[in-house]
Design a protein around this ligand. Structure first.
Ligand SMILES: [Zn+2]
Length: 418
């Protein structure tokens, strides 16, 4: 049997595994959040605040969509014309056109070009979030964060590029099998490593100070039966006024992180409500589910790239002989950018369902729908989120249910409508 036939078989098996795993783990049923309750909640929010949030998002839209469009355009220009291949040849020239130099330096050059072209739009976005008082960062702080994320991206990118093209170089017929296993393994590894290695590059984390709140949060976790290693406070205030909390890491690296802004902006009851939502993620193993879905998705992507590599028309456009050579990095960027845009809405949908389940968990654990609703109102107000965004935008991009959906879910829950 030829490698191509094996790859086609592996593609089908992995796809079935992804669909099966998603079917079994994604909470397809959503607790009710009747539209009538949503509209009632919307009517009770201060009108000037709603107007301000909508003005904020209207001002962000051109930069956001412009950035997305420009990113796609650059990827297509580098991948569907010989431009990308030229750039990679140039980057490898000082090193005698060695394949490893082309892979790592060429790949980083392609990524840098894409980043630099979209930089003005990112700067434009920054001016808007500063003007609306969400970001507290000066241009110096903003640039420092940008350089740090370039640095982290360059290290990770170099590892991935060197690993991937070493495999394609030494196993030209079976690279898709090693590549798929490697990509899946990398996703799992990053789930463990990112929270402990990369997050501290951007924020300082300190254990929450002893006191009634910490005691209450740990008691809440104990009552929920969720082992929590620690409750950490992130110094987010040096960057933003936005409030947030999240749970990250798996097993021994799992922790609940609360932004310091949350402690100054919200009441202790609201912090408990947010923590109860985060415990829901831990209890339902949402990080693990996301990791497995991501690992399967990454493996499928590698096999799909291999299969796509037999499409001569595509290779001719990019001016390359094979999709597995370093000169095809621009083509890989184009294909993955398009695939990412197509997969985005499905990922957002799954994320919203998972978030709605964590909301229900918070309501059940605290039994306090009123504080939950107050917390949602607070999150929406401080973060200047559109409480009831346009339906298409919500469907395409929203990772969480909207503020009015979450408030409506709390009202339905309080009525016993579950
Ligand atoms: Zn959540």
């Amino acid at each position: 049997m030829s490698p191509r036939l094996w790859a086609a078989g592996a593609f089908v098996v992995l796809l079935v595994a992804l669909i099966g795993f998603a079917a079994a783990t994604v909470p397809w049923h959503r607790a009710p959040a009747p539209r009538a309750d949503q509209l009632a909640a919307l009517g009770q929010l201060p009108a000037d605040q709603v107007a301000r949030a909508r003005a904020f998002h209207a001002e962000l839209r051109p930069a956001s969509y412009g950035g997305m469009f420009l990113g796609l355009l650059v990827a297509l220009a580098l991948g569907l014309t010989p431009l990308g291949a030229r750039l990679i040849e140039l980057a490898g020239r000082p090193f005698g056109d060695h394949w490893l130099a082309r892979a790592v330096l060429g790949g980083l050059a392609v990524a840098l070009v894409a980043e630099l072209i979209s930089l003005p739009l990112a700067a434009w976005r920054h001016t808007v979030v500063v003007r609306y008082g969400i970001s507290t960062q000066t241009w110096g702080g903003w640039s420092a964060d940008l350089l740090k994320s370039f640095g982290v991206g360059a290290v990770l990118g170099a590892i991935v590029l060197a690993g991937f093209f070493t495999v394609t170089h030494f196993a030209p017929r079976w690279w898709w099998a090693f590549g798929a296993a490697g990509a899946a393994g990398l996703v799992v590894l990053l789930s463990f490593v990112l929270p402990v290695v990369v997050e501290p590059v951007f924020n300082r984390f300190t254990p929450m100070a002893d006191g009634p709140l910490r005691t209450e949060l740990l008691a809440l976790a104990a009552r929920d039966g969720v082992p929590v290693r620690d409750v950490l406070v992130a110094d987010a205030s040096r960057r933003t006024r936005a409030v947030n909390a999240y749970v990250s890491g798996l097993g021994p690296t799992r922790r609940i992180v609360v932004y310091d802004t949350m402690l100054t902006e919200a009441t202790p009851g609201e912090v408990v409500s947010v923590a109860a939502h985060e415990l829901g993620h831990a209890k339902d193993r949402d990080v693990l589910t996301g990791t497995v879905l991501g690992a399967l998705g990454a493996a499928i992507a590698v096999v799909a790239l291999y299969l796509l590599g037999s499409w001569q028309w595509l290779l001719r456009l990019a001016g390359v002989d094979s999709i597995a050579e370093p000169r095809a990095i621009g083509l890989l960027l184009a294909v993955t950018t398009v695939a990412g845009l197509i997969a985005g809405p499905a990922q957002s949908f799954v994320s919203r369902r998972v978030e709605a389940r964590a909301d229900t968990h918070a309501l059940t654990l605290t039994g306090d729908a009123a504080t939950f609703e107050a917390m949602q109102r607070r999150l929406g107000t401080v973060n200047l989120s559109d409480p009831d965004p346009p339906a298409w935008e919500h469907a395409m991009f929203a990772s969480h249910p909207s503020t009015v959906q979450r408030m409506a879910a709390a009202r339905a829950w309080a009525r016993g409508d579950r």
